[in-house]
Design a protein around this ligand. Sequence first.
Ligand code: PMP
Length: 351
Amino acid sequence: MSRFWSDLVAALTPYTPGEQPRVEQLVKLNTNENPYPPSPAVLAAIRADTGDGLRLYPDPEAGALKTAIAQRYALDAAQVFVGNGSDEVLAHTFCALLKHARPILFPDVTYSFYPTYCGLYGVDYRPVPLDAALRIDPEDYAGENGGVIFPNPNAPTGRLLPLEAVRRMLDLNPDSVVVVDEAYIDFGGESAAALVPEYPNLLVIQTLSKSRSLAGLRVGFALGQAPLIEGLERVKNSFNSYPLGRLAIAGAVAAMADEAYFERTRQAVIAGRERLTTGLESLGFEVLPSAANFVFARHPAHRGESLAAGLRAQRVLVRHFRQPRIEDYLRITVGTDAQCERLLEVLEALC
Ligand code: PMP
């Protein structure tokens, strides 16, 4: 006979993150980390705070970080929310702002955490099919709904919606919260942060995991007008009064301040993406145009699953999804030149 709590656990929707093996001797191109280290200023700031600082609780407002982020986007600190990675910011967003009697909308091919959060918080949703070229069409997001969320660029396709199309999405949904998940925006798009003063229903979510090379520190943030941010703060405070640890705050402030380093590594990743795309195309792959730090590619003569397995056998990790419509694709993170060359070498032998 099962106990009631085992039924409760069985009813929770499981989520399988990309695997995180030990990285020694692996070419790890499966979870879209930045191949370059964070700014040296980040390590210096963390070291400076590891003395007596750790004895003390962090600032429950993370005020220094909110101010640094607000300045970068010409917003006010009251228009910034911070959390442990954008995954946590997303979780609070589903809990606070997307729970509604009507189904929320997101693309059928998108970040796989969205349906998981819906399951966890009891949010009804309707997946909206991408078009034939795996693009989001804002016109498909019209009509009554309980909110809209999509990554821009989309994951795992890497395809970008121009800012004018994001604006169209907002204009089509004046009564719903529209959440733009900009985890990868710095690698080739224009942020919707500029639209925050104009649209009270817009929430933009970003992360320091990708373009600031800080996936291990776990810092993400949301930008929106004060009433939306207040909703997120209320939910956050019900879980934890402290949004981030002291070291995360110190490191994140330093990362936001080092704009020159950010720009250099960002350009290096973009240049690496163009070389990787050319290399894959010369092996016969079709590569979707990407504005992210990864590419989405398929080979007309080889199944995605067998290519991923062949790469893995040579200690090269990429991401393969079994989902219909995209099962022939590989999602490949832009690594260093040496990593990308090794990937192409193994693929050449497999194709
Ligand atoms: N949104 C999207 C679209 C992502 O791909 C990711 C990374 N897996 C995240 C959010 C979460 O990133 P993090 O929690 O590291 O900020």
